[in-house]
Design a protein around this ligand. Structure first.
Ligand code: ACO
Length: 215
C-alpha cells in the first residue's frame, strides 16, 4: 500500500507521543524527525535526520508532508507556518482510540491523542493539540495553536482563543470564552470568561500574576 511520506518536526516528549499516534493509525510513512538539540539516533523507532536545514532536501526527495510535534504553542505556531512556506503540507495525527463525531470539523496539523472525545459540531482549527483523555463537547470552537491538555473537559459551546493552554484535568462550564494566549492551570474550574494573555488557577479559577510568560 502506498503511504505518503511525513517528516516530524521536534524530538521532545510531545514528539514521542505524536509518533506513536501516527504509527498506531498506520496511514503515513514516517521518514524521521528533525530537531535543533542534540538527539539520540532515533525516537520511537524513527531516525533523527538533523536540524531544519535538511528540510528543502527532503522536499526534493519527495517528502511532501509534515507534522510539528512541539508542545510550546508559540514555537509550534512559528514552525507550522515556516514549513508551509517551504512548500510542505500539514497532516493530522488522529489516534484510532479517539472518538471524533462525523459532525465535528477539523483543520490541519492537529493531533488528537488516545481517549480524547470531540463531539458533534465542535470546530478544531489548525495546529491544535487535543491531548490524552480530554473532552471537547458540542459546538466548542478551538482556535489555532491552542493546547487542550490531558484530561481537560470542555462543556458545550466553549471558545478557546488562539494559542491558549487549558491545563490538565481542568473543567470549563458551558459557553465560556478563554482568551488568546491565556493559561488555565491544572485542575482549575473555569466558571467565568478568561481574558486574553492571563493565567487563571483554582476552583473557581482566578487570575494570578506569573513571572514567566513563555508557554
Ligand atoms: C502530556 C503533558 O505533559 S501535557 C502538559 C500538561 N501540563 C499542565 O497541565 C501544566 C499546567 N500548569 C500549571 O498548572 C502551572 O502551575 C501554571 C501554568 C498554572 C502556573 O505555573 P507558574 O507560572 O510557574 O506559577 P507558579 O508555580 O509560580 O505558581 C504561582 C502561584 O499559583 C499557584 N498555582 C500554580 N498552579 C496552580 C494550579 N494548577 N492550581 C492552583 N494553584 C496553582 C501556586 O501554588 C503559586 O501560589 P503562591 O503564589 O500562593 O505560592
Amino acid at each position: 500500500m502506498h503511504r505518503n511520506k511525513v517528516v516530524i518536526i521536534g524530538g521532545g516528549g510531545h514528539a514521542k507521543v505524536v509518533i506513536d499516534v501516527i504509527q498506531s493509525a498506520d496511514t503515513y510513512e514516517l521518514v524521521g524527525f528533525t530537531s535543533h538539540s542534540d538527539q539520540e539516533s532515533n525516537l520511537s523507532g524513527i531516525p533523527y535526520l538533523g536540524d531544519d536545514s535538511i528540510l528543502p532536501t527532503l522536499l526534493e526527495e519527495g517528502v511532501q508532508y509534515f507534522f510539528v510535534a512541539t508542545g510550546n504553542n508559540r514555537l509550534r505556531k512559528k514552525l507550522f507556518y515556516q514549513l508551509i512556506e517551504l512548500g510542505f503540507t500539514p497532516i493530522n495525527a488522529i489516534s484510532p482510540f479517539a472518538r471524533i463525531s462525523p459532525f465535528a470539523k477539523l483543520g490541519r496539523g492537529i493531533v488528537v491523542m488516545p481517549g480524547a472525545v470531540i463531539n458533534a459540531y465542535a470546530v478544531i482549527e489548525d495546529n491544535v493539540i487535543i491531548n490524552t483523555l480530554s473532552g471537547i463537547d458540542h459546538d466548542c470552537l478551538i482556535k489555532p495553536h491552542a493546547h487542550i491538555a490531558p484530561g481537560a473537559s470542555l462543556a458545550g459551546c466553549v471558545n478557546v482563543g488562539e494559542g491558549a493552554f487549558v491545563g490538565m484535568k481542568s473543567s470549563v462550564i458551558p459557553e465560556i470564552s478563554i482568551g488568546e494566549w491565556s493559561v488555565v492551570g491544572a485542575g482549575a474550574a473555569v466558571i467565568s470568561d478568561v481574558p486574553s494573555y492571563v493565567t487563571v488557577v483554582g476552583v473557581p479559577a482566578k487570575k494570578i500574576i506569573v513571572r514567566n510568560e513563555e508557554r
